[in-house]
Design a protein around this ligand. Sequence first.
Ligand SMILES: [Zn+2]
Length: 74
Amino acid sequence: LRAIAEAGPDAEEQVMSAQKDTVRRVLSQIEAAVARVQDGTYGVCLTCAKPIPVERLEILPYTPSCVPCQRSAG
Ligand SMILES: [Zn+2]
């Protein structure tokens, strides 16, 4: 965020770049989720191996981890 604030005329370009990174990250998470559906491990947290609550999967169907693990990962 500080980089965007100090960037001046290039700020918009940097925001777009950040958005593209986000798209790539989400896309890779979706691809990984599809792979987990195929191998039968979908819905299980990759970090703690516990089931991810259905309510969370309804909001973020491609999430690789439960809320506590995502928080501890930063
Ligand atoms: Zn977890």
